[in-house]
Design a protein around this ligand. Structure first.
Ligand code: IMP
Ligand code: MG
Length: 184
């Protein structure tokens, strides 16, 4: 990949192996997802629950493409340190006080890798008796051995590489990139 000067300024001179999904491709798919989600929820209360921090950019773009009333809240679950390999340890740092019972809950995740984070969250969220619970993931690596709940909405099938940008980090860096790139 030949990075532009603007890109290099943004990454502090770092060149990524490859831009996997560029800005335009992401925007197009997010618009489609917005339409799919709008059609999937003809009635009832919809709460879009973003999993921080990774989903923050995706969620903010996505909710603006959903053409029906909704509410937004966030959860924080930590499963990765600065490493690029899942520890399998999932810690729920913040629990939303928002009422989930009787609402359609759409859990928004940046990427499904081992699925451990989601499996734990789905179990916790089901205990709160939502009307429905579905997952919208921007990226899906399709390597999870067992998923409590398969994502109903998926942005892109992801290569089995470590990806950064558009919310995804490596050691908290690169979340702000407007595209998704592979680190190596
Ligand atoms: P899982 O529990 O293994 O599915 O991991 C989910 C979380 O790990 C995601 O929400 C991300 O924060 C992080 N993660 C997994 N794969 C990647 C990657 O390729 N790039 C950056 N973060 C990732
Ligand atoms: Mg992360």
């Amino acid at each position: 990949m030949l990075a532009s000067t603007a890109q290099l300024r943004q990454t502090g001179g770092r060149e990524f192996a490859r831009i996997v999904f560029d800005e335009e491709t992401i925007a197009r798919r997010v618009r489609e997802l917005g339409r799919e989600i709008t059609a999937a929820y003809p009635d009832g209360d919809l709460l879009v629950l973003g999993l921080l921090k990774g989903s923050f950019i995706f969620l903010s773009d996505l909710v603006r493409r959903i053409e029906r009333p909704l509410q937004v809240d966030f959860l924080v679950a930590a499963s990765y340190g600065s490493d690029t390999v899942s520890s399998g340890h999932v810690k729920l740092v913040y629990d939303p006080e928002t009422e989930l019972a009787g609402k359609h809950i759409l859990l928004v995740e940046d990427i499904i890798d081992t699925g451990k984070t989601l499996n734990r969250l789905v179990t916790l969220l089901r205990e709160r008796r939502p009307k429905t619970l579905e997952i919208c993931a921007l990226l899906h690596k399709h390597i999870a051995e067992h998923l409590e709940l398969e994502a109903k909405f998926v942005g892109f099938d992801a290569p089995r590489l470590f990806l950064v940008g558009y919310g995804l980090d490596h050691a908290e860096n690169f979340r702000h990139l407007p595209y998704i790139a592979s680190l190596t």
